[in-house]
Write a protein that binds this ligand. Structure first.
Ligand SMILES: Cc1ncc(COP(=O)(O)O)c(C=O)c1O
Length: 909
C-alpha cells in the first residue's frame, strides 16, 4: 500500500488544490506508463507513480475498487500496454468528468468488448446521459472491505424513472468520513450505519489538527453517540449534505433526540433498503427543485395570447421583424416566451409573494442559513436601501464604515438616519482602505453610552468582505457590540461574499454563519457562567480602556440576534446581473416586518424581470448541490495564480500579488498567520487565523501590484482588456484587483500567467535595449506610483449646523438636511478646486461645507458627503487624484458648496 495520507500532511493549499493535484497525479501515472510501454522507463517508475495516487482514491467512487484492482493486476502482471490503455482512459475520465455520464468509462478494456452485466453500475447504462450524478458516502463498520453487498443492493434498486444517479463511496471511520466530505465535492448525501471506527487507517495528522481547530475532535469509537457526533460534524463542515442514519437501536428515541436535528431521516437498519434509496433521491430532489424557475418554464410552454403591456412576450414582433430579428436570434425564443408579468396567471408576485416565489425564497433562506430571504432584482444597491428604510427611522444613529458602498450613504439620506462614520485602517501605499478596526466601533458605542445616547443607535453597518477582500471577524464584532448594546441590529453588506456560505473555512466569517454560532452559544449551558465571570473580572465600573482591550461577552439572557445580510448573487453565483438577496436572521423581525414590506414596495420595481427571479432560484439550486466544489475550485484557482505570479523568476521582478501580510497589518493578525503561501502555513494555522484574527483575507480577491512594473491601475486594466481580452475588477493607483470565481478554470490561470510573462518580457527587452535612460525612466515612474502617494483623508466632521441634534463628543450628523439643502440652487456656490479662493477659504474661512457626495473612482468611497466640512487633507487628496471619474464633482465649475449664509441661517434655527 502507498504511504498513507501523504497529501494530507502538506500545506494548506494542498487541501484546497486536491482536485487539481489528483488530476496531476493521474497524469504522472499516464506519463510513467507510457514511458514503460515504449521501453523508455522500467516498471518500477510506473509502480511508484501509481503508488503516489495514495489513499485519496478511496474517497471517490470513480474509478472505484474494481478498476483500481484491475490496474494493479496489470501493473503487477507486467502488462505495460494494458496498464497504459486503462490508466490513460481513467485519467481522462477524471479530468473530463465523463465517468458521470458514460458507462464505458467504468469498464476495463476487456469489458468494452465483452461486458459482464454485473460489473457496470446499472444506472450508468446508455440512455441515462442527462441525469445529474452525485455520490453518496456510506459510513459503516467494515465498509471498505465488506460493503460490496450493500452497494450492489442499492444499485439493484435503481430504476429508469429515477431522476438522478449516484455511486457510493464506502468508508469505515469517523475521520475518513470527514476527509471524504472535505475532499470529494461530488458527495451530496451520507448514510451512516452505527458501529464504525473513530480513527482512520491512514495517518492524517493535518486532518486531526483541522478537526481540532474546528472543534470536531475529541470523539472516541466507544462513544455511544459517535454516529450523532459524526452527523453534526459533517453538517458543520457541509450544511448542504443530506444525512441519513441507519440504526438498529430504538430509532424512535434517536429521532426524538434534539441532537439529531442535522439528520434528514433516521431509519431502522434492517428496514427496506428501498426506503433509503427513495429518501436519498427525494433529498436531492428537494434541493434540485426550483419552484419559480420550474413554473416559468411551464408558463413558457403554454400557448398564451397577451393583451397586456408586454410587447416582447412570445417574440412575435421580434421574429417577424426585418429590423430586430437578430435580437431574437441572439437571445433565443425562450427569453420571449418567458417574458411575463406577475399579474398574468400562474406566476407569483415578487412584491407580495404567496406562491412559487415565496417557496423559492424559503428555499434560499434554508440554503443560506437565514430565517427569511428576499429576492431583489435591482442589485444590492437596492437591497441595502431596503434594509436602511426598514430598520432606520429619522434621527436614528447608524455606525457606518465611511468607505462603504454609496448605497448605504444614499440609503441613510433617504431614511433620515444619522451616520456616525468610523474609518477603516488606511493602506496608503496602495491608495486603498482596509476594514474598520473593532476598537473604533466599540469606542463609538462607548462614547455614545457616555453621553447617554446609546438608545439612539439602531444599527452597525459594515462591508464583509470589503472590495479588496478584508473579512471581518463577524462573530467577534457582533458579540462585542452586543455586550455594549444587546439589541443592536447589524447590516453586513456581503455583496462580494455570498459564495462564502459554501466554504467551511469562510462560513464562520459570514453574517449568517456568525449569527448561527452566537445563537448556539447563547443557548448553551456555559454562556451565562462565562458572562458572569467576565463581569466579575471587569468589576462594577470598568474603564473605557479596559472595555476596549477586553474581548467582551454579551449577556446571553439579554441578547437579541438581529442580523441582516445583503449579497449580490450576481457577483459570486449564477444569478443574472442585478440579481441580489436580502437575508434576515432577526428574532424581532415580526416587529419590523410591515415596514420591511413597505421598504420593498418603495424600492422594488412593479415590473420585475422574470428571468432575474428565475436565475436567483437557479443560483440557489446550484450552490446547494455543487456550491461546495465550485467554491473550492475558486479558492484553488486563486492560490494557483498567487503562487504562479509570486514565484515566477521574471514575472515576480515586476509584479506581485499581495498576501494576507501585505493586506492586513500584523496587529490584526493576532494568530501570527502570514499568508496562504507562506512556507509554514498549514490548514490548522489557517483555521486558527479564521477563528481568532480580527481580519482575514478572502483568497479569491487578489491584489496585483502593477506600479512596480510602471503601470498605474487604470492603465494596466485597460492594457489587459484591450490587448489581451482579460477583464479585471477594480483598480487603485498602483494595483489592480483580480477575482477568481466559480467559473474559472486552470486554463484561465495559464492565460493570465502567459500574459503577465509577455508583459514582463517586454519590460526586460525595453530595459536591455534602452540603457540607463530607460532604466531611470522606469525607476522614476515606479517611484511616483509606489512612493509619492497621497495620504488618504479620514472623515473630517459634519458642520455644527448639521449637528444640532448630535452628541457633544460623538461625530454623527444630519446628512439628510444638508443633502436637501442643496436642492435650493441659490443656496449653493461653486469654488474651483485649484484656485486661490479655495486656499483662502481653507486659511481664513468661512469653512467650506460640501453640498453633495463626491466619490472618486477609484477608490470609490465618498471623500465628501453633504454637510461635511472640507479640510486641507481632503483638498490635497483631491488635487493629487489622477483619476478620470469623480462622481459629484464638475471639473469646470469646481466644488459644490452650501453657501455660508445658508449655514449661518441653519445654525440660528
Ligand atoms: C460593497 C458593495 N455593496 C453593494 C454594491 C452594489 O451592488 P450591486 O452592483 O449588486 O447593486 C457594491 C457594488 O460594487 C459593492 O461593492
Amino acid at each position: 500500500m502507498p504511504k498513507p495520507a501523504k497529501m494530507l500532511e502538506q500545506r494548506i493549499d494542498h487541501f484546497f488544490s486536491m482536485p487539481a493535484e489528483r488530476a496531476d497525479r493521474w497524469r504522472d501515472v499516464v506519463a510513467a506508463a507510457r514511458a514503460w510501454s515504449v521501453g523508455r522507463a522500467d516498471q518500477n517508475a510506473a509502480e511508484a507513480a501509481f503508488a503516489e495516487l495514495g489513499p485519496i482514491e478511496g474517497f471517490h467512487a470513480f474509478p472505484g475498487s474494481a478498476l483500481m484492482a484491475r490496474l494493479s493486476d496489470r501493473l503487477r502482471g507486467g502488462d505495460a500496454v494494458g496498464f497504459t490503455d486503462l490508466v490513460r482512459r481513467v485519467s481522462a475520465a477524471i479530468v473530463t468528468r465523463d465517468f458521470k455520464y458514460d458507462p464505458a468509462e467504468w469498464r476495463t478494456t476487456e469489458e468494452v468488448v465483452d461486458t459482464p452485466a454485473d460489473v457496470l453500475p446499472p444506472t450508468l447504462r446508455h440512455g441515462d446521459a442527462k441525469r445529474p450524478y452525485f455520490e453518496m458516502l456510506i459510513v459503516a463498520p467494515g465498509a471498505t472491505t465488506q460493503a460490496a453487498d450493500q452497494i450492489a443492493q442499492l444499485r439493484n434498486l435503481r430504476r429508469p424513472e429515477d431522476a438522478f444517479i449516484y455511486e457510493i463511496v464506502p468508508v469505515d471511520s469517523f475521520e475518513d468520513a470527514i476527509c471524504a466530505a472535505i475532499i470529494n465535492p461530488d458527495i451530496a448525501a451520507v448514510t451512516i450505519f452505527e458501529g464504525f471506527n473513530y480513527a482512520s487507517r491512514h495517518s492524517a495528522p493535518v486532518l486531526r489538527s483541522v478537526l481540532s481547530g474546528l472543534g470536531l475532535d475529541g470523539a472516541r469509537a466507544e462513544d455511544a453517540d459517535l454516529a450523532l457526533l459524526l452527523a453534526n460534524s459533517l453538517k458543520r463542515l457541509r450544511p448542504d449534505l443530506d444525512i441519513y442514519l441507519l440504526s438498529d437501536r430504538q430509532v424512535e428515541n434517536l429521532a426524538g433526540d434534539a441532537r439529531s436535528a442535522s439528520i434528514r431521516r433516521v431509519l431502522y437498519a434492517i428496514e427496506e433498503p428501498l426506503e433509503l434509496h427513495l429518501s436519498v433521491l427525494e433529498g436531492i430532489q428537494d434541493r434540485f427543485e426550483t419552484p419559480f424557475f420550474d413554473n416559468l418554464k411551464k408558463y413558457a410552454r403554454r400557448p398564451i395570447s397577451t393583451f397586456h403591456a408586454l410587447p416582447l412576450a412570445r417574440g412575435k414582433s421580434v421574429f417577424k421583424s426585418d429590423w430586430i430579428r437578430d435580437m431574437g436570434e441572439f437571445y433565443g425564443i425562450n427569453l420571449f416566451l418567458a417574458e411575463s408579468s406577475a399579474t398574468t396567471g400562474g406566476l407569483d408576485s415578487l412584491l407580495e409573494p404567496t406562491g412559487n416565489i415565496k417557496r423559492a425564497q424559503e428555499m434560499a433562506a434554508r440554503a443560506f442559513g437565514a430565517d427569511h430571504a428576499f429576492f431583489v432584482t435591482n442589485g444590492t444597491s437596492t437591497s441595502n436601501k431596503m434594509v436602511h428604510q426598514a430598520i432606520v427611522a429619522p434621527g436614528d444613529i447608524v455606525i457606518l464604515d465611511r468607505n462603504c458602498h454609496k448605497s448605504h450613504h444614499y440609503g441613510l439620506v433617504l431614511a433620515g438616519g444619522q451616520p456616525l462614520y468610523v474609518d477603516a485602517f488606511p493602506m496608503t501605499e496602495y491608495s486603498m482602505y482596509g476594514a474598520v478596526p473593532l476598537r473604533s466601533i466599540k469606542k463609538a458605542l462607548l462614547d455614545l453610552k457616555a453621553e447617554g445616547r446609546l438608545d439612539r443607535v439602531k444599527m452597525v453597518d459594515l462591508t464583509n468582505c470589503t472590495f479588496d477582500g478584508h473579512i471581518y471577524n463577524t462573530r467577534r464584532v457582533m458579540e462585542e457590540c452586543l455586550a455594549i448594546k444587546p439589541d443592536l441590529v447589524f447590516l453586513w453588506d456581503e455583496a462580494w461574499f455570498g459564495f462564502a456560505r459554501f466554504s467551511p473555512v469562510l462560513r464562520p466569517r459570514t453574517a449568517m454563519g456568525a449569527a448561527a454560532a452566537i445563537e448556539t452559544w447563547i443557548h448553551g449551558s456555559a454562556a451565562v457562567e462565562a458572562y458572569e465571570k467576565q463581569q466579575q473580572e471587569l468589576g462594577s465600573d470598568p474603564t473605557v480602556d479596559e472595555l476596549l482591550t477586553t474581548r467582551l461577552l454579551p449577556d446571553p439572557r439579554k441578547v437579541r440576534i438581529r442580523v441582516y445580510q445583503t449579497n449580490s448573487t450576481h457577483k459570486s453565483m449564477s444569478a443574472l446581473r442585478q440579481g441580489s438577496m436580502v437575508l434576515v436572521k432577526d428574532v424581532d423581525f415580526y416587529t419590523v416586518e410591515s415596514q420591511f414590506h413597505e421598504a420593498i414596495f418603495t424600492h422594488a420595481s412593479t415590473s420585475p424581470n422574470q428571468q432575474l427571479i428565475g436565475s436567483l432560484d437557479v443560483a440557489r439550486r446550484q450552490m446547494e448541490l455543487e456550491g461546495y466544489g465550485l467554491v473550492l475550485n475558486a479558492i484553488e484557482i486563486s492560490l494557483a495564480i498567487r503562487r504562479a505570479v509570486n514565484s515566477h523568476p521574471i514575472i515576480s521582478k515586476y509584479f506581485h500579488m499581495l498576501g494576507a501580510d501585505g493586506m492586513i497589518p500584523a496587529q490584526y493578525r493576532e494568530s501570527g498567520f502570514v499568508d496562504f503561501l507562506a512556507p509554514d502555513t498549514t490548514w490548522a494555522s489557517q483555521v486558527r487565523s479564521m477563528h481568532d484574527d480580527e481580519f482575514c483575507l478572502d483568497p479569491t480577491r487578489m491584489t496585483l501590484v502593477c506600479g512596480t512594473a510602471g503601470f498605474d491601475g487604470t492603465e494596466f486594466k485597460a492594457l489587459l482588456a484591450n490587448v489581451y481580452d482579460i477583464q479585471l475588477n477594480k483598480t487603485s493607483r498602483n494595483s489592480v484587483l483580480l477575482q477568481s470565481n466559480i467559473n474559472n478554470t486552470r486554463s484561465d490561470v495559464a492565460q493570465l500567467v502567459r500574459v503577465l510573462l509577455e508583459i514582463s518580457n517586454g519590460i526586460e527587452t525595453r530595459l536591455a535595449r534602452g540603457g540607463d535612460g530607460e532604466r531611470n525612466a522606469l525607476a522614476a515612474r515606479v517611484k511616483s506610483l509606489m512612493t509619492d502617494v497621497p495620504d488618504l483623508p479620514n472623515f473630517s466632521h459634519f458642520h455644527e449646523a448639521f449637528r444640532q441634534d448630535a452628541g457633544r463628543a460623538t461625530p454623527e450628523g444630519d446628512m439628510r438636511t444638508a443633502f436637501y439643502g442643496a436642492y435650493d440652487a441659490t443656496g449653493c456656490e461653486y469654488i474651483p478646486l485649484h484656485g486661490d479662493e479655495c486656499n483662502r477659504r481653507l486659511r481664513e474661512g468661512p469653512e467650506m461645507v460640501s453640498a453633495n457626495f463626491v466619490i472618486p473612482y477609484p477608490p470609490g468611497f465618498p471623500i465628501m458627503v453633504p454637510g461635511q466640512v472640507i479640510t486641507e487633507e481632503t483638498i490635497e487628496f483631491m488635487r493629487k487624484l489622477d483619476v478620470k471619474e469623480i462622481h459629484g464633482y464638475e471639473k469646470a465649475r469646481g466644488l459644490k458648496l452650501l453657501k455660508p449664509e445658508v449655514i449661518s441661517t441653519k445654525l440660528r434655527h
